[in-house]
Structures are given as C-alpha cells and as structure tokens.
Ligand binder design. Structure first.
Ligand code: F6R
Length: 246
C-alpha cells in the first residue's frame, strides 16, 4: 500500500487529479472505476480543467461507476447518473455509451446486477478503481458484514450511510433505502486502486483500513490484500497513521 499525504482537501484533489491524468495519458483506452460522494468532487473539477487546458482526451476511455441508488430515475437530481454527468461526463469528451452506471430502476434488479458484472468482464475488467471510504469502512455501498466474495449486488443501506448522504436530499426520508453496488470481489478484481480520504471524520476509518484486522466487519480492510493500492489522503484523515515518506 502506498500512502501519499496531502496537506488538505484541495491538495488531495490536486494530487489525485495528477495521478488520474497521468494514467489516462499513458493509456488512452483505460477502463476506470469511478466513485461519487464529496471526496472526489474537486478532483473531477480538476480533470475538467485539464481536459480544457491541456486536451487530455477521454474519447477512448471506458468508465464503470461503483454504485447507484435503487428507485431513483437516472434524471433525478440525486441519482449518481446525474452526479457523474454534472461533475464530469458532460464536460469532457467521453462517449456517453462508454460511461456505465448500474440501472437502479431496472425491472429485474438481480438481472441488472448480473448484467453489470458481465459488462465489466466484457470490457476486460477495471484498470484503475477510484474509491472513497465511509466512516464505517464501507467501500462502494458494501456495508460492514458484506462478503469479501460478493459481486455486484443489491444492498440495504445502513442508517448511518443514509444519514451521511442526507445532506444531498431535502430530508432523510427521501434518501433511498437500497442501492446496487459493485461487490467487494468486483472491486478487488481491479488491477489498481486509488482510495481518497479527507477530513478528521475519516481518521478512524483510515487507521483501521491500514492497520486493522482484515475482516468483513470492516469492508475496506480487504484492500490490505490487494497488491496495487495507493491512498491519497489529507493530514486530518491521516492523523492516526504514521506516514513515513511522501
Ligand atoms: C460513492 C461510494 C461511497 C463513498 C463513501 C464516502 O460512489 O461508493 O463508498 O465513496 O460513502 O463518501 P464521501 O466522499 O461523500 O465522504
């Protein structure tokens, strides 16, 4: 595991954007796994700036998002489809048909999970998966207790995750109770992983991710078993972890 300490959120975002841009420039046909949430938002802004100024192209890039709420129409302002389009896809030259998210309104949700997993395989798997982390150790929407062998599946969101995400909705009651998420195994199948974290709310989770026991009760701990993980996190998030070098 490589740990890169950033000064603060903006610095984390810059370092993460530089990391991503280098990967895309080195392999213009790269398949990226993407996350939503507050953590990668500024990084996406910086990718857009770079696309505008330096012309880094996403025309041949394929993306797979980690998760999507069940029951929200994709054009709902809170769907992850809308998030990704507003935060990134509408502002770069990625082809719409190459930017995949699970469909949270599919009539057969189990079939949708299988379709999504198969689609990732058909595209040769994910080269670089971007992750955030929940304070309870979730990655994607894989909540504590999720099997390390899980592929894309339906989850019931924990109250703590719903409360954490309620900031985007008018009211907690509007936050969906279920989602489709790539599983732990789907995430571990990625050739490389970039995990981002910012702020003291993530300090315990990062400590456990790096130093804790590898156990399904703390999903992110599984990353200790992956050979290509880079963590870019700011000082507040790393306050409980001793970082030896930058
Ligand atoms: C988002 C996702 C989640 C978030 C996590 C952290 O697609 O899968 O695991 O990465 O909940 O969220 P933020 O970044 O809002 O703290």
């Amino acid at each position: 595991m490589k740990i890169i300490e950033a000064k603060h959120f903006d610095d984390m975002s810059l370092k993460a954007a530089q990391f991503m841009i280098e990967k895309v420039q080195r392999d213009p046909t790269i398949t990226l796994g993407l996350a939503t949430g507050g953590t990668p938002q500024k990084m996406y802004e910086l990718l857009i700036n770079d696309h505008r100024i330096n012309g880094t192209s996403y025309h041949q890039v394929t993306t797979f998002n980690l998760d999507e709420y069940i029951g929200l129409d994709r054009h709902d302002p809170n769907s992850y489809y809308t998030y990704m389009h507003k935060a990134l896809f509408d502002h770069i030259d990625i082809r719409d048909e190459q930017a995949f998210l699970p469909n949270g309104t599919a009539s057969n949700l189990n079939a949708e999970c299988e379709r999504y997993e198969a689609l990732i395989r058909q595209h040769g798997g994910i080269d670089l998966q971007v992750l955030g982390i929940g304070a309870n150790g979730h990655i994607g929407f894989n909540e504590p207790g999720t099997s390390f062998e899980s592929s894309t599946h339906i989850v019931k969101l924990t109250e703590s995750t719903r409360e954490a995400n309620a900031r985007y909705f008018n009211d907690l009651s509007e936050v969906p109770t279920e989602a489709i998420t790539m599983g732990i195994q789907s995430i571990m199948n990625a050739k490389e992983i970039l995990l981002l974290a910012s702020g003291k709310k993530k300090a315990d989770a990062l400590y456990q991710l790096i130093h804790g026991k590898v156990d399904e009760s703390f999903p992110a701990s599984v990353l200790q078993r992956h050979e290509q993980v880079t963590i870019i996190a700011d000082r507040e998030a790393l306050q409980k972890v001793a970082v030896s070098s930058n």
